[in-house]
Ligand binder design. Structure first.
Ligand SMILES: [Zn+2]
Length: 96
């Protein structure tokens, strides 16, 4: 069976349910992860800037803001990563 992205022949058991071979799968995951890091970082910086400007954190609540920042990073990077991976999967599929 040909991989949907690089069109090299693989055994059907080696392809995933999107018909991507292991190297292409890894590449898509890497791209998703690096975009996820960028978007997560940008979102965290945005939230941090907002907190400093608008909320002016006081000491007792500082750990809550840190928690919110960590959560923002994790959520934003996860969402961005899955969006980017979906984008590359769709792109590879339509190029056939
Ligand atoms: Zn491939």
């Amino acid at each position: 069976m040909p991989c949907r992205s690089c069109h090299e022949l693989y055994a059907a058991s080696e392809l995933d349910r999107y018909l991507f071979c292991p190297p292409c799968r890894q590449q898509i995951r890497r791209r998703g992860a690096s975009w996820g890091r960028i978007v997560g970082l940008a979102a965290s910086v945005g939230v941090a800037a907002y907190v400093v400007v608008a909320a002016q954190p006081s000491r007792p609540y500082l750990f809550l803001y840190a928690l919110a920042l960590a959560l923002t990073y994790v959520l934003a990077s996860r969402i961005a990563s899955s969006l980017v991976q979906g984008y590359y999967r769709a792109k590879a599929g339509s190029r056939q």
